[in-house]
Design a protein around this ligand. Structure first.
Ligand code: SF4
Ligand code: SF4
Length: 73
């Protein structure tokens, strides 16, 4: 899994990460007005969500980074 967690205390529910994700990994939880990780296996580790999040609420798994970069190298 590439996306590890969303810090719900930091997440302000702006939805920017949902819009920026090209892989449909993230969804809004309408009731809580927070983002949830819906399809973690679809993450392509593009890091758009992290780059766009205004509150640094998204955490990626470092091991997936290593695996991806190793396969590209
Ligand atoms: S961009 Fe950040 S603050 Fe906005 S909904 Fe996504 S995780 Fe929450
Ligand atoms: S790293 Fe890319 S694919 Fe993965 S959740 Fe963030 S925006 Fe979506």
């Amino acid at each position: 899994m590439a996306v590890e967690s969303i810090n719900s205390q930091r997440c302000n529910g702006c939805g920017i990460c949902v819009q920026s994700c090209p892989a449909d990994v993230l969804r809004m939880d309408g009731e809580r007005k927070k983002v949830v990780i819906r399809y973690p296996d679809e993450c392509v580790v593009c890091c758009w969500c992290i780059a766009e999040c205004p509150t640094d609420a998204i955490v990626l798994t470092p091991t997936r980074y290593n695996r991806i970069f190793t396969s590209w190298g």
